[in-house]
Design a protein around this ligand. Structure first.
Ligand code: GDP
Ligand code: MG
Length: 168
């Protein structure tokens, strides 16, 4: 029996790895040239939290973020959010505050994680560990560093959010 189904929205600038993260978590695959699929809405995965089955539903933006036109429908009913930036894309880091505000405008306060993706490219980092940690504190969000490519910490993101939602 599914006790809880959680809609999670995943936002951040284009190219940070959002679609890859959803594919990785729900299908267990990583493809370098994952094509943006217009109209794909969501994938899901079932996990167990404290002995209860929880269905995690991950909604993809299908590239709308690049035109700043994510619809209200995308956010509707979301119970948790992931704000993603890339280790190698400074602008995507600087946009995190704006993404937080957009989620808050549509969903009020929901459990949220800041994800620093592409940690496998740490040698090409354009952000320091310090500034990332400072931002996470300022926005009062858990910070998780991931590599979707190497499958590092991806499952922890959703386990953390599901646990938070389960406690509410
Ligand atoms: P989106 O626009 O945020 O949905 O980003 P995509 O999922 O389309 O990914 C953009 C590019 O980054 C693709 O070429 C992915 O293969 C690549 N990518 C995603 N995650 C990682 C990662 O953890 N490490 C590396 N090196 N590349 C990644
Ligand atoms: Mg995408």
């Amino acid at each position: 029996d599914i006790e809880l189904a959680i809609k999670v929205v995943i936002v951040g600038n284009g190219g940070v790895g959002k679609s890859s993260m959803i594919q990785r978590y729900c299908k267990g695959i990583f493809t370098k040239d994952y094509k943006k699929t217009i109209g794909v809405d969501f994938l899901e995965r079932q996990i167990e939290i404290d002995g209860e089955d929880v269905r995690i539903m991950l909604w993809d933006t299908a590239g709308q973020e690049e035109f700043d036109c994510i619809t209200k429908a995308y956010y509707r009913g979301a119970q948790a959010s992931v704000l993603v930036f890339s280790t190698t894309d400074r602008a995507s880091f600087e946009a995190i505050k704006d993404w937080k505000r957009k989620v808050e405008n549509e969903c009020n306060e929901i459990p949220t994680v800041i994800v620093q993706n592409k940690i496998d490219l740490i040698e090409q980092a354009v952000v320091t560990a310090d500034e990332v940690e400072t931002l996470a504190k300022l926005l009062n969000c858990r910070l998780i560093r991931t590599s979707v490519k190497e499958d590092i910490n991806v499952a922890s993101v959703f386990r953390y959010l599901a646990t938070k939602c389960h406690q509410l």
